[in-house]
Write a protein that binds this ligand. Structure first.
Ligand code: FES
Length: 106
């Protein structure tokens, strides 16, 4: 499935991600800047924060309890479609998923 990352600079990165991969891991592996992922996907750092495109938000699953607390601590503004990208798993129906990377992470 293709995932499109929009950096705060406006640059777009299209990445081919395998099903089962996370939105965070696909970005890190492809060198997409701005997804820091300090904790390596353990849902304990909030430096993989993204704003999910509204059209896709309902397809990305629900926000877990730990994720909920971390999103409140994220450095950039929390929006209704804020997610931790390590908690979004790629599925076929997410093809074309577009996420915006906030300007600040750590
Ligand atoms: Fe740390 Fe997602 S990588 S919370």
């Amino acid at each position: 499935a293709k995932v499109i990352y929009i950096a705060s600079s406006g640059d777009e990165y299209a990445v081919e991600a395998a099903a089962g991969d996370t939105v965070m891991a696909a970005a890190v592996r492809s060198g997409v800047p701005g997804i820091v992922a300090e904790c390596g996907g353990n849902c304990s750092c909030a430096t993989c924060h993204v704003w999910v495109d509204e059209a896709f938000a309902p397809l990305t699953g629900t926000v877990g309890e730990a994720e909920e607390d971390l999103l409140d601590m994220a450095v950039s503004e929390r929006r209704p479609t804020s997610r931790l990208s390590c908690q979004i798993r790629i599925t076929g129906e997410l093809d074309g998923l577009t996420v915006e990377i906030p300007p600040e992470q750590p």
